[in-house]
Design a protein around this ligand. Structure first.
Ligand code: AKG
Length: 280
């Protein structure tokens, strides 16, 4: 199979729709996070699915750890290089693929999932591996330059209880030929635009594929609707003139003492969320 090389230039992010950042965090920096994630995976109960560990920076017992990672200055410098200086953390999610779950991620645009609470053309995802992400274990595949700021027609996909994608888009075989495999070691990460089309194949290796995603918005150009979002927005850097309701975690101030009071946390406490693992 032909291998297309990934873009490493933040200055080409706007055109390509993504960029990789190699070796930004050391193995010493990554290790505590890898250990924390492994503890979370060890607590998964029978019938629970690791790919549904949504919003750990708010809902998990390690929420402060994940909130801390989301404001890591090295990560925010990369995000700032493509979104500008005023940054809001909107979401996070572990996308873990098991060895036998056959989970693939269909071609999609992230923005089509978020319109309810976040609208804007300057949204990005940090896609960060906690073990090597390879073609064999189903690393993300990006279709470069598909990031025109418009939403493509989506095909609603039945929620089969396994997939995380329920809104897929059609792409031609010719476009798929241009796909770039985001193969990365821990310590490296990529950023992808919320309009760029991407997906991934199932994991056919003997080990889990462990990815964390952190999603950010440009605070100036994004329209936020906190009342429609089940977790708080967090200001991580710069200013947020367009956003009145948020939790300010800009370094060097300390992280909140209390787990944020929000719909997600209420649902988890009441057992009203049927997908997120109970004790993640
Ligand atoms: O991790 C993957 O395979 C896909 C990632 C993805 O869809 C996303 O981060 O938006």
């Amino acid at each position: 199979m032909k291998q297309n090389l990934p873009n490493q230039e933040p200055s080409r992010y706007a055109e390509e729709g993504y960029c990789v950042f190699y070796d930004h965090l050391s193995s010493d920096e990554m290790q505590p996070y890898q250990q924390t994630l492994d503890g979370m995976l060890a607590r998964i109960r029978p019938g629970e699915k690791p790919q549904f560990m949504f919003e750990p920076h708010v809902g998990s017992r390690h929420w402060r750890t994940w909130l801390g990672l989301a404001r890591n200055p090295k990560i925010l410098d990369a995000v700032e290089s493509v979104l500008g200086p005023n940054l809001v953390l909107i979401l996070s999610h572990f996308i873990i693929k098991g060895t036998e779950d056959n989970m693939y991620v269909g071609w999609h645009q992230d923005q089509s999932y978020w319109l309810n609470g976040v609208q804007g053309d300057h949204l990005t995802t940090v896609w960060m591996p906690f073990n090597p992400a390879t073609r064999q274990n189903g690393c993300m595949r990006i279709l470069p330059k598909t990031n025109q700021p418009l939403l493509r027609e989506v095909r609603a996909k039945e929620d089969d209880g396994v997939t995380i994608t329920t809104k897929e888009v059609d792409v031609t075989g010719e476009t798929v030929e241009t796909a770039v495999d985001i193969e990365l070691q821990p310590g490296s990460f990529s950023l992808h635009d919320a309009y760029v089309v991407h997906g991934s194949e199932p994991n056919v290796s003997d080990d889990l594929r462990k990815i964390y995603t952190m999603r950010y918005a440009n605070a100036d150009t994004t329209k936020f609707r906190p009342e429609k979002w089940r977790i708080p927005f967090f200001l991580v850097r710069g200013q947020a003139k367009n956003l009145t309701s948020y939790i300010d975690i800009r370094p060097p101030q300390s992280l909140p003492d209390q787990q944020p009071d929000c719909l997600l946390v209420k649902n988890l406490k009441n057992g009203d969320d049927e997908k997120i693992p109970r004790d993640y």
